[in-house]
Each structure stands twice: as structure tokens, then as C-alpha cells.
Design a protein around this ligand. Sequence first.
Ligand code: GLC
Length: 550
Amino acid sequence: MKWWKEGIIYQIYPRSFFDSSGNGIGDLNGISKKLHYIKSLGVDMVWICPFYKSPNKDNGYDISDYKDISKIFGDLNTFDTLLKKMHSLGLKLIMDLVVNHTSDKHPWFKKARKSRKSKFHDYYIWKDGEKDKKPNNWKSVFSGSAWKWNEQTKEYFLHLYTKNQPDLNWENPTVRKEVYSIIDFWLSKGVDGIRMDVISLISKRLDFKNIPNNMIFIDVMEKYYANGPRVHEYIKEMNKKVLSKYDIVTIGEGPGINLNNGLDYVNEDENELNMIFHFDHLTMDFGKEGKYDPIPFDFIKFKKIFSNWDKLFSKRGWNSIFLGNHDFSRIVSRFGNDNEFHEESSKLLATLLMTLRGTPSLYQGDEIGMTNVDYSNISFYDDVETINAWKEAIDNKKNMKKFFEAIQKQSRDNARTPMQWDNKKNAGFSKVKPWIKVNDNYKKINVKNQEKDLDSILNYYKLLIKLRKENSTLVYGKYEDLGPMHTKIFSYKRWDENDVFIIHLNFSNCSVKINSNEIKDYKLVISNYTFAKKSYNLNPWEARIYKLIK
Ligand code: GLC
């Protein structure tokens, strides 16, 4: 029994949560002001995306000082106040640790790039080469080559993300020591957990072999960038030197982590991490060229992914359950129907999130059913990944109308529009023009409206969270998919020695019959349709949770 297994995570993207200072950007004090709202959801842990000092080329995932706070978000005092307030409300704080790379404005890199003789030079990954001949054909996750020429030292440095995010050299023991000291700095302040950004990438394959042409992105990630030869050695060392000294939760973000290697990161016997975020269900619609080349959603495969991961962790390790975050489009637009069944399908996804085995992670705004944004052209977008992909598509003479449609569907900015608090100007997020345009539907979809409405998505989330908290079977109980080949319904059973639950989720726009025998001895606990008498037909996007009558 562990608190982080039984708890629920709420994820905050700080620049889009609540602006208390009036500069159009959300901040730490803004989070403080909304803690009662967060508490009212019934969640236990709050993961806040990076708010360290940063030039914000990748919205905080490019850090220039790990032991300080970006001025736009506050300062160390605002942080201490936030942490204190959170603890007084019984909320735990999970910080984001980004140590695969730093910002190119970090003092380490500034010194490293000046001279090969600097002690900081070996903090990063360099390769000799000629100005127009890259060391290999590796591509950055954010388009273009993963190598950038550094004129002062006449060599290339590696950046798997933007050119402003040079990768750290974990082979260097001093780098590792620096990282452990950063972790210790925050944990000794009382921080309760760490989400580790792209932690699967920290160990590089030192032969830097060329990637075969035509290899799909997901395979490149798994076989070339992630899961390097020393990754487990490094995580074990980190655990031994610092993590193990605190009662915290650790979640590794894991591109390239899959069913074959997932357990290696979270096996309790190995003393590494508690959980991982894998992306099997969020990259399943990526085509050959990645996210902007989508293939149709395969529902059977979607269900299978959840079943397979549950099975993987059924004896050892622990799962994390999430349907979206700041890097993916909105869950209701992606897996639900954000049009005629907006409310029903948002609630159905909530039901899925809160009834699987593993720790659920709820991303800000999903609790009110925030949707993808309908920007009319590229100038509204901010995300460096989106913009780089757009520029590359122009260079590659892509059909730009089609490409824009893919951006509208898949851009990370879909999940980054300001939190919709009320129907006032700027959705109550800020008194001034926000850093990114608010979604036009804020007048209808907002917290204030939903707090008043007992049947709202928000109140449904609260009920579900309460239900999960009151029924440990939903946390720890076994799981079985009752109809893996059904093309419209996701039905599963959760059970242990105390209780049995059956969950029916109709992922379709039509009504579908369910097996009446299956639920004969069960009572309905909750549903996203309100009428009392329940038939054996599930309405479009209907979700029902049944419990065995004892
Ligand atoms: C992770 C973050 C993402 C960031 C990237 C590089 O995937 O979630 O937002 O851009 O790492 O740090």
C-alpha cells in the first residue's frame, strides 16, 4: 500500500493555468489562488510542469538555472509559500525534472561552447566534423538535424530537441553529481515527487550509428535514442544517491519505452522508478512520418494497449493512467466526440481514466471537457515543435492545406490554451491578453458554469474520484477486458476478494446492446446518462459502472 498508488495526480501547465500578476502568463501565485479548486476535485498530488529559470524556447523545458524560478512565474519565496499552502491542504507537489538537456543559455553550456579546454565542455556531447558535414543522420524530435555546429570550438553538439536544448553528457560523473544535487535541493525543501522528463534518453549509444532510411519515428526512438546501454545504471545510481533518502513518488517520462522494456524501469527489486508514462496509446495514430501524418484510430488496438500494460504490471511494477497531457491534443477531441456528444464523451473518458489499475493523471481542463482549439492559421500557434514542423513541411513542398489540418488536430497548443475559468474576458484566466489565444468556446465550457451545474462534467469527475477513493478494488483490483474484439464497446471487469465492478463504455455515436446476463446480479453505481431506469442498450457514448450486489 503506497500513497502514490492510491492517489490521483492533477497536472498543471503553469503558463496556462491562472495569471495572478497580470502579464498574460500563468504563475505560481496563480496556482496558490486556485488550490481550493484543485482540492475540491478530490485529487492528491499536483504535478506542475517546469517553472525554473528559462529562456522559454520550449516553454520551460529548456532550463538555464535549476535552482531558481523563472521571473514570469514568481521567485523562491512564492514557491515556498505555494508548497506550504499545498501541504496545509494535504496536497502533494510533484516537480518536473528536465535533465536530458539544459538550455543553451545555462552557464554550463555557455562556458562549454567557448573552449574545448573548459571543464564544462565535457558536460555536453560533442563530435568533430566539418561545417557542412554532420556527424550522422540523426534528426531532432523537433525537426531538422540533431547536430548543431559550434563555431568557437569547431565541432558539433547533440540536441535531440531544439537547437537551444543541448543534451547533457551523462557519461561524465560530474554531470550526474550535479543532477543529484539539483534533485536534493528540491526534495530537501519538502517536494513530494518528481516527474522525470524524457528520462529514457539520458544514456546515449556512443557509436552514434546512422539510422536506416525509412525507419518509423517510434522505432528510431526505441532503438537509437532511448534505452541506451547505461540508462538503468544511471537511474539506479540516482535512486541510491538521492531518491531513496526521501518518501517520494517518481514517474519517468518514457519515449521509446514499450511492453518489452517497460518493467525494467519500475521493477521494485531494481530500485529505479515508481511509474512511467509510456506513449503507446498516444502514438498509435502516428503514421510513417510521425504525428502530422496520422493514420485512422484503431479502437481494438486502443483497448489492447490498456490490457497489455495492465498485464505487464500485474505482478510487479505499477501503472500510470493518462489519456493526454501538455504534449498531445485534447482527450475529448481525440478519443471522444467534441461535437454532438461533448458532455457524454468527456464523462466517458473520465470513467475510463478513473477505473483502470494504476495511478490516474488528470490534465488541467480535461475535468471540464476542454477541446482542441480552432485557430484559423499558423500565426496563432506558439509551440516550437509545431512551428518547426510547419517550416519543414514548407521546405519539403508538402500540401500545406492538408498539413494545416494535421496541425489543427495534433498540435501541442491544443492542450496549452488558457484554462477556462468563467465566461468573462480572457476566460477569467488573465486581466490582459494571454500569451496564447483562448479557445473561443470558453463562454460555454468553463469552471464557473460547471460548478453550478450538478450534472456537469466537472461534478461527474468529482463523483468518480470519490468513488475510486472509496473503493480500493478500483485501485488495486484485477482487470479483464470482457470483449476485446467488440468494435464499439470497451467493457471490463475489476475485482478482488471484496468487490466486483463491471464497466461499460460505448465509444460510438450509436446505441449498442450489452449482454444482460453479464450484469444480472449487479447494481448500477454511476452513469453519464441520468435517467433512472436502465435498459440493456447503451446510449451513444454512455458509460456505466456496475457493482456486484453482495
Ligand atoms: C517532454 C516534455 C515536452 C518537452 C520535451 C523536451 O516530452 O513533456 O513538453 O518539449 O520533453 O524537454
